[in-house]
Each structure stands twice: as structure tokens, then as C-alpha cells.
Design a protein around this ligand. Structure first.
Ligand code: NOJ
Length: 747
């Protein structure tokens, strides 16, 4: 018995030693930070809190500044953004090394869905519900970026987003708090790797703190008005999850929250993030957002804006120059204590030490390593796998898909078939010396897949936008010669992203008209929809026999789409966001309340919560997505029907692959708290598992229900689980609930 315990004791000992090591390391870094701080003038301290954009790319409104070099030499700049590549980062760092204290610069960059190797846009990846795959793409992105001189990515964006008019839905993990929190955690782990300071780790920057995704009307940068309870319950948990994963930095946001700009919001940054959550890293403002408080009408001038932001807990000023221009005066005027500046500077220096930049400011500027990392064929494999896992099969009438590899003639039609860079999605990075056209187009992907016995025909058909139908006739002729037609339509990649809100989210231009004409030929048509947001495409949804929602898939888009079209990968993705039927339904999301006059169908509209002119149901619900195979859910078992707060229920369910293809299923567990002191949602995702089953195979999987999963924020903002009845739902989507049961939480 004694012998059996030995490994456990050993493990404990090792853990204690490791913990002691980390603590000692942190302590010694803290001492080093203090000793640097003691040497710094006030101006140098403020310099650390100042971040500028480099000169050649901009991701915001640029302020022309020809004094950057001089300011860096004077120790007036702590960080640059949009500086990429070992050569360019090295040359800026050399300038910083000419400053009095030789404090290294931090290089930050939006590495949102890949660096050189581009991965699916984050919303697409979220539809994979595959946390390992998501962590892996972030890992690869960090490996490439860090080898290219970058220390810090402005990702992940963890904003819950329920309004597809908002262009930035593409950048997050969709509408759901539970799924969003899991993904936030995975992405931070992926970016930061084992620990900061490792040669292939970059700092994560969790953004945008907070509630940016709830911009009124889906208009970017707009105000947010929301209850504190909603903030805590729905919008904050992904940030907390990212923090629990060890996120080094946070970015605040452009919006005001209930009238207080997030950038100057003490409640968010100081009370919640730094005090309650004990966040030890630093907060960077969003681009110019400190100065923008003047536009908000919350600060009279730069002086007031700087005062408000620094007091609220914004440690670094991205591009507004308010800190540079006003902090010293604020100290002189005794509006802020130097201690406030010291706290911000310490947080920033701490990270520079952790990254190892004080030991070697050129640590990430090794051009030979950069070459190897940017040309690693393994990264391409990761991109292809992530892309296949992100494609959502929305419809497959009469099993039109997968296509046979012996198909004689395929017509590949549409404005996106031969597009190359479009596949990259909004946040691609222009890496110096890298041909940004190395992406596999959909046309190339299909060519790579089919053998010599298949003839591929092409017609563009129309443009993405505009009313020109001149090329329809050619497309119809091409379609008539084929056994099957594949039509690739959608948005341009820059129609979804920052500042890309749209009031009309239909498929643009005449693309659906083209589909109408192609369907009139009587040929089977598979539609690929490329987009960065849920679009409205009712005609396509109701008339096309097969639809794949391909989002923007990145470098390997063409190959991944071909893999799915021909069944080399059986699609498994499920929507991480609800697809509306019309803009009028927005915001629409599955975890809504029941209301006092619930509508349950579209027929009875008598004094209930419905639209007179529109269905109450979305076109495609959260969690939806089909496969080339089918899955049966059976044998729901619960270990008990009554639980006390300190107990848990084990739920078992058997899933059987009843179709002809091997495939993966994302099994979703939803709960409904039947009666609460606060109205509870109709259902809330509380767990899921993605499982791989061979054709004919069955597996029993288990979930645990515990107090945590039953808790919510009550009116006093306490995290509580209230005794009473709960409904358990297990399903293949938020609507397609296959098995149900009830249980009770007792005192
Ligand atoms: C503004 C965006 O809101 C933010 O997400 C991004 O990181 C910065 N610009 C820097 O590009």
C-alpha cells in the first residue's frame, strides 16, 4: 500500500518544486522590474505606456509622425504595432538600444487567424467545436509570428456576438458563452504555449474589454447598453476563461458601456479585471480609443481623456498620443499620483522581462529561424485539417454529396472559384518577402482532387457585387455540358471585419439570380457560400439541393473544400451562431427567454411574442450542421434524479453511427432551469463532446452535471444555483433535441 503511494508523493514533491521555482522566478523578475523602474525618469516611464503604429501598414486612422525614430531613441516609446519580419523588428530594436536605458520595444500584431499560413477565420473555426484543433492553429500562428519578430498578438477576440450585421462576428467564436469560453481558453493556451519566454510563444491579448459585440444595431464602434447581470452572465465569462488560461494582456474596447467608454471605464478595468480577477498583466487601449473619448463626449480634451483612461486602468495608449502629451502634466498638477504610472509601467516591464527581451532584445529576430518556421510543410497540413473541420454542411438533398471521383464532367461556376487572396479572410498579414498568392484557390483544389477522367469546366457567371448578368448565358451553357454543377458565391473577404457592418446581409449582387438560372438547367447544383458572417440566402436554402457554408478558410481553402466535396473528409462542423431568415429578426439567438406570451409556432400570432410578417424561427439554428452519415441518440441514463449542491449527476447517452460513412458528431448538452429568481433562458449549452464513430459503431459517452453548471448570477450578482427543477436536453443542435429528462436540485 505504501509503495503505491510513492508516485503520488513524488508527483506532489515535483509540483511543489516547480511552483517554488516559478514563484522564485516571478520574485526575481519583480526585483529586476523595481531596479529598472528606479532608474527611470517620469518621461521614460510614460514612454513605456506609449505605443505607435509602424509606417507601412495601418489598421486604423494613421497619425503622420516623422519623429518616431527620435522618440524611440529618447525612450518615449514602449511598443510598436504592425511591424513584422525579423529584419524590420531588428532595425527598430536597434534604435531602441540607443536609448539611455536600452529598454527593448514590444512588437504587437493582429495575428488573428494565422500569420503566413492562414487558417479559417475564427468564427469558422469555432464551428469545428474542436478545441484541440483550435489550440493547434493558434500554436502554429504563434510559432510563425514569434519567428518573424513578433512578441504579442492582439488575439483572441472573445466578444460574444449575436448580430450578424456587425462585421466583426467573423473574428470571434459566435453567440454562445459556454462554447466561447472554451474556445477563448484554447486560443490563449495555443498562442502562449508552455510559457512566455519560450522562443515560440507570443503574448495573447484578450479583447475587447468589454461588451463590444453588443454594439447597438450591429454598427461597429457603436454604444452598448446592457444590464450588469447580462454583462456578467453572458459577456464576461469568455474573458475570465482567457484569464484563467494565463492571458498576458487585455485590450479595452471602442464602445461605451451604459454611457461610460470602456477605455475610461474603471468598473471594467480596475474593479473587475485588476481587483476582483487579480489580473497581473497590462491593458492596452484600442487604436486611438483614449483620444476618442473626446468624440464620445466623455472628455473635454486629451488631458481629461488621459486622466480618465489611466485612472480607469488602461496601461498603454495605442496610437492616440494622449498619454505622451498629457500624463506628465497630470502628475505635475497632482491629478494622478506617480504610483499610478509606476503600476502601469511595472506591468509592462514585467512582460518584457518574462519574454526574455532584457536578456536579448533580438531574441525573436533570427532570420534563419524565420525562414524555417515560415516554410514548414506541417503548418500547411494543420491549415488543411482546420479548414475541413470548419466547413458546415447545411443541406444535402438525396445525398447529392459527396461527389463521385468518377464524375465525368463538373462545371465549377461563380465569382469565387478562381479567387486567390479572397480565401484569406479579413485579417491576413502581409509578411515581407512572402507571396500572398500562395493560397490554394478552389479551382486548384478541385484540379488537385480529380483524376484525368474528369473534365472540369469553368465560368465566372457574374461578379460578387453589381447587377451585370452578361455572363449568365455562358455559365448556363457550361452547366448544360456537365453532370454536376458547383457554384461558389458569397461575400468579398473584406465585407466582414472591422468597420464592415452591413444593414443588408443578403448574398450580394446577382449571385442568387445566377443560381436560379443554373437550377433551371435541371442539373444538380452544389452551392458553396463563402462569407465572414451568417448571410441571408433563403432562395438558395430553399432551392439548392446541397449547400456547404465554407466561410473563409485560409491558405488551404481549395484543398479543404475538395476534400469535403468528394468525401475524403466527412463534414462535422456545427454553427456557432444562429442564421436569421431576415435582418428583421436580428438579434436572434437560441438562449433567449420565454417571455410572458411565448409564441410556439408561426401560425398562431394572437397576442403572442411573434412577428406579423416573419417567422419566429431562424433559418438555421445554433449547433446545426449535418453529415454524410447519420447518428442515432439512445439510452439516456442519469445516475440520479435529485442532487444536492455538493453532488453531481452522471449522464450517459449512446450514440450510433447509423449511416454508411465514418463520421464525427458533436453531441450537445443543454439545460433549462425551469423556475428562477431571475428568468432563465429556454436552454443553455452546458457541455458537448465531439466523437468519431465508424459506420455502424456505437459509443456511450458521459457528461457530468454539477452545481457550477446549474448556477447563474442572481439579482445581487451572486453566482448561485437555486433549488428546483431542471430540464436536461441532449441533441444534435439547439433545436434538434433527441433525448430529454428532468432532475431536481434539492437543499
Ligand atoms: C482596432 C481593432 O479594434 C483591434 O482589434 C486591433 O487589434 C487594433 N485596431 C490594432 O490593429
Amino acid at each position: 500500500m505504501c509503495r503505491k503511494k510513492q508516485p503520488a508523493v513524488l508527483l506532489l514533491l515535483l509540483l511543489v518544486i516547480a511552483f517554488a521555482n516559478v514563484t522564485a522566478q516571478q520574485k526575481s523578475i519583480a526585483q529586476k522590474v523595481d531596479s529598472v523602474l528606479k532608474l527611470m525618469t517620469l518621461e521614460e516611464k510614460i514612454g513605456q505606456m506609449n505605443q505607435y503604429n509602424d509606417d507601412h501598414t495601418a489598421t486604423g486612422p494613421v497619425t503622420l509622425d516623422n519623429k518616431k525614430q527620435e522618440q524611440i531613441k529618447n525612450g518615449q516609446v514602449g511598443s510598436l504595432l504592425n511591424t513584422v519580419g525579423t529584419e524590420r523588428t531588428r532595425s527598430w530594436q536597434q534604435i531602441a538600444m540607443q536609448s539611455r536605458l536600452k529598454i527593448p520595444l514590444l512588437f504587437g500584431q493582429d495575428v488573428i487567424h494565422g500569420y503566413k499560413t492562414t487558417f479559417p477565420i475564427p468564427l469558422a473555426e469555432a464551428c469545428s467545436w474542436d478545441l484541440n484543433a483550435i489550440q493547434l492553429t493558434a500554436r502554429v500562428a504563434a510559432t510563425e509570428a514569434s519567428a518573424s519578430g513578433i512578441h504579442w498578438t492582439f488575439a483572441p477576440m472573445v466578444d460574444i456576438a449575436r448580430d450578424p450585421r456587425w462585421g466583426r462576428v467573423m473574428e470571434g467564436a459566435g453567440e454562445d458563452t459556454y462554447l466561447g469560453s472554451k474556445i477563448a481558453y484554447a486560443r490563449v493556451k495555443g498562442f502562449q504555449g508552455n510559457k512566455l519566454g519560450d522562443i515560440n510563444a507570443v503574448m495573447a491579448c484578450v479583447k475587447h474589454f468589454a461588451a463590444y459585440g453588443a454594439a447597438i444595431g450591429g454598427r461597429d464602434y457603436n454604444s452598448v447598453d446592457m444590464s450588469d447581470r447580462m454583462l456578467w452572465e453572458t459577456y464576461l465569462p469568455p474573458f475570465k476563461a482567457a484569464l484563467d488560461a494565463g492571458a498576458a494582456t487585455f485590450m479595452n474596447s471602442f464602445n461605451d458601456l451604459n454611457g461610460v467608454p470602456a477605455t475610461g471605464n474603471k468598473y471594467l478595468q480596475r474593479d473587475i479585471l485588476k481587483d476582483k480577477w487579480n489580473f497581473k498583466g497590462f491593458v492596452v487601449s484600442d487604436w486611438g480609443s483614449i483620444g476618442e473619448m473626446i468624440n464620445h463626449g466623455n472628455a473635454k480634451n486629451e488631458y481629461e481623456a488621459a486622466l480618465s483612461a489611466v485612472t480607469a486602468g488602461s496601461d498603454m495608449d495605442m496610437e492616440s498620443r494622449c498619454y505622451k502629451n498629457s500624463l506628465a502634466q497630470l502628475v505635475k498638477d497632482k491629478k494622478i499620483p506617480v504610483a499610478l504610472i509606476d503600476d502601469a509601467v511595472k506591468r509592462i516591464l514585467q512582460k518584457k522581462f518574462e519574454l526574455g527581451l532584457f536578456n536579448d532584445p533580438y531574441k525573436f529576430c533570427n532570420t534563419a529561424r524565420e525562414q524555417v518556421a515560415l516554410n514548414n510543410p506541417e503548418h500547411v497540413k494543420v491549415a488543411r485539417e482546420a479548414a475541413t473541420k470548419s466547413i458546415v454542411l447545411l443541406k444535402n438533398q438525396n445525398n447529392l454529396l459527396p461527389l463521385s471521383k468518377n464524375t465525368k464532367t463538373i462545371a465549377f461556376i461563380g465569382p469565387l472559384v478562381k479567387a486567390v487572396k479572397q480565401n484569406k479572410g479579413f485579417w491576413d498579414v502581409e509578411v515581407p518577402g512572402v507571396d500572398s498568392n500562395f493560397i490554394v484557390s478552389q479551382w486548384e483544389g478541385l484540379q488537385n482532387k480529380v483524376g484525368t477522367s474528369t473534365t472540369l469546366l469553368y465560368a465566372k457567371g457574374c461578379d460578387i457585387e453589381g447587377n451585370n448578368k452578361d455572363d449568365f448565358a455562358e455559365a448556363v451553357e457550361v452547366a448544360k455540358q456537365a453532370d454536376v454543377v458547383i457554384l461558389s458565391i458569397g461575400e468579398r473577404r473584406d465585407m466582414s471585419g472591422e468597420a464592415k457592418s452591413r444593414s443588408n446581409i443578403n448574398i450580394p449582387g446577382v449571385q442568387e439570380d445566377l443560381l436560379k438560372e443554373l437550377l433551371a438547367t435541371g442539373k444538380p447544383v452544389v452551392v458553396l457560400i463563402n462569407a465572414g458572417r451568417p448571410l441571408v440566402f433563403n432562395y438558395t436554402a430553399d432551392n439548392a439541393p446541397a449547400i456547404l457554408y465554407t466561410w473563409w478558410l485560409g491558405s488551404e481553402a481549395g484543398n479543404a473544400i475538395a476534400d469535403v466535396l468528394f468525401g475524403d473528409y466527412n463534414p462535422s462542423a456545427k454553427l456557432a451562431i444562429t442564421f436569421p431568415r431576415s435582418v428583421g429578426q436580428i438579434p436572434i439567438y437560441y438562449s433567449h427567454f420565454n417571455t410572458g406570451r411565448p409564441a410556439t409556432n408561426d401560425e398562431n400570432r394572437n397576442y403572442n411574442s411573434s412577428y406579423n410578417d416573419e417567422s419566429i424561427f431562424p433559418k438555421y439554428e445554433f449547433g446545426y450542421g449535418v453529415s454524410y452519415t447519420s447518428f442515432q441518440y439512445s439510452n439516456l441514463q442519469m445516475s440520479k434524479k435529485k442532487l444536492k449542491a455538493n453532488e453531481q449527476i452522471e449522464v450517459a447517452v449512446t450514440i450510433t453511427n447509423t449511416g454508411k460513412y465514418d463520421g464525427e458528431e458533436i453531441v450537445q448538452l443543454y439545460l433549462r432551469d425551469k423556475v428562477g429568481s431571475i428568468v432563465r433562458p429556454m436552454k443553455e449549452l452546458k457541455d458537448f463532446q465531439k466523437i468519431n464513430l465508424k459506420a455502424g459503431e456505437s459509443r456511450t459517452i458521459k457528461f457530468i452535471i454539477n452545481k457550477e453548471k446549474l448556477s447563474f448570477f442572481n439579482q445581487q450578482l451572486q453566482w448561485v444555483a437555486e433549488p428546483g427543477d431542471f430540464e436536461l436536453m441532449i441533441g444534435a443542435s439547439s433545436k434538434d433535441i433527441r433525448l430529454k429528462d428532468f432532475f431536481e436540485l434539492i437543499n
